[in-house]
Design a protein. Structure first.
Length: 319
C-alpha cells in the first residue's frame, strides 16, 4: 500500500513538472505570441497528444493572427482611400462653389449663412466672411419681413422642399441684424432650393442670386420715358398717327394699318381711336385709293425710303 502511494506521488510530481513547463508557452500564447512551438519529446507518453494538439492550436491562432493583421491593413487602406476620396470630393465641391460665377450662399436648417462664394461677396459688398457667416439669418432679415408674402414662401423651401424664385430690390446696408460696411444696394433675381440628405431630410438651403440691377434700372427709365411720351402724345396740339405700311409681293405700298393715334388726330380727322386701331386704312376709308393726294403712295414712300416729306393737301376721303 505504501509502495502504491509512493508511485502515485511520483506520478503527480511528474505531471506537475510537465505542466509547469507548459505554463510559459501558454502565457505567451495568452499575450498573443504565437511564434514559439512547444517541443514534443521523441518518446511518446501521455502528454504527446496534448502537446501536438496545443501546437496545432497555436498554428491556427498564428494563421488567424496573420489573417486578422491582413484585414486590418486592408481596412486601413480602405479607410484611407475613402478619406482621400472624401477629401477630393469636398475640395472639388469647395472649388466649384468658390469659382462659380453665380452668387451663392448656403443656409443651415435654421436659415443662417454658413458658407458663401466670392461672387456673393462681390455682389453684396462683403469684405470679410466674419461680417455675415454665422450671423446673417433669412428669418431675421427686416427687408424680407417688409416684403409681403416673401418669408412664407421661403419657409416652404425649408419645410416642404419647394423651390422659390423672386426678384427683390435689396438695399443690403439696411439689414439691421448684421453690420457690413461695404454693403451695396442691388436688384437681385434670387432662387432658393433645398438640399436633402440620403433620408430625404432637408439639411440646407442654397440661395443663388443674379444681379439684375441694370435691367431693372433700364426698365424703370423706359417706363418713365413711355409715361412722358404718352403725356406728350396725348396733349400735343398737332395730330399724330403711328401706322405700319403694307406692301404687295412686289414691295409696292398698297395699304397701311393704324397702331396708335392721339386725341388731336381724332379731332382733326374725325376718326375715332377705338374704330381705327389695328385696322387698315382701306377698310376705314375705302375711297382713299382713288384720292388724288395719293396718300398710300406718299406714306409708303416715306416709310420705305426713310426720308421725311412735307405736304399740305386736301383729302376727299375725309370730307
Amino acid at each position: 500500500m505504501i509502495k502504491k502511494q509512493t508511485q502515485l506521488d511520483k506520478y503527480k510530481a511528474k505531471i506537475t513538472k510537465r505542466l509547469s513547463l507548459l505554463t510559459p508557452y501558454l502565457q505567451r500564447v495568452a499575450l498573443g505570441d504565437f511564434g514559439t512551438k512547444i517541443k514534443v519529446p521523441k518518446q511518446e507518453d501521455e502528454f504527446t497528444e496534448l502537446l501536438f494538439s496545443l501546437n496545432l492550436m497555436i498554428e491556427d491562432l498564428r494563421e488567424m493572427e496573420k489573417d486578422n493583421q491582413l484585414m486590418k491593413e486592408n481596412l486601413k487602406k480602405e479607410i484611407k482611400g475613402g478619406l482621400d476620396t472624401l477629401e477630393k470630393t469636398n475640395n472639388f465641391f469647395s472649388s466649384l462653389l468658390e469659382q462659380s460665377p453665380f452668387s451663392t450662399w448656403i443656409a443651415d436648417k435654421n436659415g443662417t449663412n454658413i458658407r458663401q462664394n466670392q461672387a456673393c461677396r462681390d455682389l453684396f459688398g462683403i469684405k470679410k466672411d466674419e461680417e455675415v457667416i454665422g450671423k446673417y439669418n433669412l428669418f431675421k432679415d427686416n427687408l424680407l419681413k417688409e416684403k409681403k408674402g416673401v418669408l412664407p414662401k421661403i419657409r416652404e423651401v425649408f419645410n416642404k422642399g419647394r423651390v422659390y424664385n423672386v426678384v427683390l430690390d435689396y438695399p443690403f446696408k439696411s439689414v439691421k441684424h448684421v453690420n457690413v460696411p461695404g454693403a451695396k444696394h442691388v436688384w437681385i433675381d434670387v432662387t432658393f432650393f433645398p438640399i436633402k440628405n440620403v433620408q430625404g431630410i432637408i439639411e440646407n438651403v442654397v440661395v443663388q442670386h443674379k444681379n439684375v440691377t441694370k435691367q431693372r434700372v433700364d426698365e424703370i427709365k423706359l417706363h418713365e420715358s413711355e409715361r412722358r411720351y404718352k403725356v406728350l402724345f396725348n396733349n400735343m396740339t398737332e395730330g399724330f398717327a403711328h401706322a405700319k405700311i403694307i406692301t404687295n409681293k412686289n414691295g409696292k405700298p398698297i395699304d397701311w394699318q393704324y397702331i396708335d393715334i392721339n386725341p388731336a388726330f381724332e379731332r382733326q380727322t374725325g376718326l375715332k381711336k377705338e374704330k381705327v386701331i389695328s385696322k387698315k386704312i382701306t377698310e376705314i376709308l375705302p375711297g382713299i385709293k382713288k384720292d388724288s393726294a395719293k396718300w398710300i403712295e406718299r406714306y409708303g414712300r416715306v416709310a420705305l425710303n426713310g426720308k421725311e416729306e412735307y405736304v399740305e393737301n386736301y383729302s376727299t376721303s375725309l370730307k
